[in-house]
Design a protein around this ligand. Structure first.
Ligand code: ATP
Length: 205
């Protein structure tokens, strides 16, 4: 059975934090590929055009032999729900053990995701600790355990582990804000992505 990891997100734009998370996952668990899944219509988010986000994702990942970008979300109209992504990918990649990569902030909301209880048990969770409220790794662990307990109370069991990444405060919103304020985003995104943003005048208003 092959082992694959899904990394879903808005990627608006993709930044170094995302790349570091994916690379860490490759080395921490025995997965063969990371499948990047840009969401078409993310729930609760307004985002730049899918075509731009996809192009930047490709620019940032195409030199990595174990990174694949999936267009699975393109085939589904309406809101992009994670469970449908996993169902569709399972049909495309049969006989696979799945991991799902997620940031701590998103993982905390898993019990409230659409069909979150079902999804929680369909894959192993790789959680990227995130500097939001100044969490330390110990606090991240505690937050994950609370989510696990919350699900357990509803008879849902879940397998998870924290990814050993250095805590990075970079986010797509920070990058969009810096662009609006005409500040530099060099080194926060890969250079081809920075050039793409400039060429297409993205996020400036
Ligand atoms: P935004 O700032 O617009 O909310 P984002 O930086 O969180 O965007 P997404 O594309 O929404 O980027 O993120 C995809 C996944 O990666 C989410 O699960 C998110 O929690 C996680 N993630 C993004 N950046 C980091 C980071 N610096 N550390 C840990 N997890 C992260």
């Amino acid at each position: 059975m092959q082992q694959l990891a899904i990394f879903g997100g808005t990627f608006d734009p993709i930044h170094w934090g995302h790349l570091l998370i994916a690379e860490t996952a490759l080395h921490q668990v025995p997965v063969e590929q990371i499948i990047w899944v840009p969401s078409l219509n993310p729930p609760h988010k307004q985002a730049a055009a899918f075509e731009h986000r996809l192009e930047m994702l490709k620019l940032a990942t195409n030199d990595h032999p174990r990174f694949t970008v999936s267009l699975v979300e393109l085939n589904r109209p309406g809101t992009s729900y994670a469970i449908n992504t996993l169902i569709n990918l399972s049909a495309a990649y049969p006989n696979t053990h799945w991991y799902w990569i997620v940031g701590l902030d998103a993982f905390q909301t898993l019990p409230r995701w659409y069909c979150g209880h079902e999804l929680a048990q369909m894959c192993d969770w790789l959680i990227a600790p995130r500097l939001l409220g100044g969490e330390t790794i110990a606090q991240s662990q505690l937050i994950c355990k609370q989510v696990e307990q919350q699900l357990k109370n509803q008879s849902v069991s879940i397998k998870w582990q924290l990814l050993h990444i250095p805590l990075v405060g970079v986010s797509s919103s920070l990058i969009r804000q810096l662009i609006r304020e005409r500040q530099s985003i060099r080194y926060l995104v890969v250079e081809p992505v920075r050039l793409y943003i400039t060429a297409h005048n993205l996020y400036s208003k």
